[in-house]
Design a protein around this ligand. Sequence first.
Ligand SMILES: O=P(O)(O)OC[C@H]1O[C@H](OP(=O)(O)OP(=O)(O)O)[C@H](O)[C@@H]1O
Ligand code: HPA
Length: 133
Amino acid sequence: MADLMREIDLPLEAYMMAASSYDGYESTGIVEIIKPLDASITGRDVILVEDIVDTGKTLDCLLESMQSEEPASLEVCALLNKKSRRMVEVPIKYVGFEIPDEFVVGYGLDYNQRYRNLPYVASMNAAAVNGAG
Ligand SMILES: O=P(O)(O)OC[C@H]1O[C@H](OP(=O)(O)OP(=O)(O)O)[C@H](O)[C@@H]1O
Ligand code: HPA
């Protein structure tokens, strides 16, 4: 997010939401908004920035919640798109990288809250998952 903002030469405001639905590397399918948006987006041009879109369930839930506030526009930017795993169709206007069906960690992405601090995105293999304790 910080890297992206540094590249945008326009006045902008940034707010964080938090949603969670993963237990390890499996989606529970139940998306919980842990921290809602603490600003009004009614009538505003909004870009929702996601680190990864996998099944699409999280994004679908967030979009529905945000659309209900009637922003002037609402687009999605995602660093990573795992399209082959999609269960819900979601509109993504800006995609950093299309990636294969592999569980990835690093650069903010976690496996049970670990590995977010890796300065790169890495594919996590089964042996690493089993040893991750
Ligand atoms: O397309 P989906 O299958 O819904 O997966 C994508 C979501 O999964 C991750 O969040 P997670 O639930 O792991 O919470 P986190 O951001 O705290 O890691 C990620 O940050 C996305 O929001
Ligand atoms: O591959 C992934 N890595 C980390 N978190 C995720 N949430 C959905 N897919 C992933």
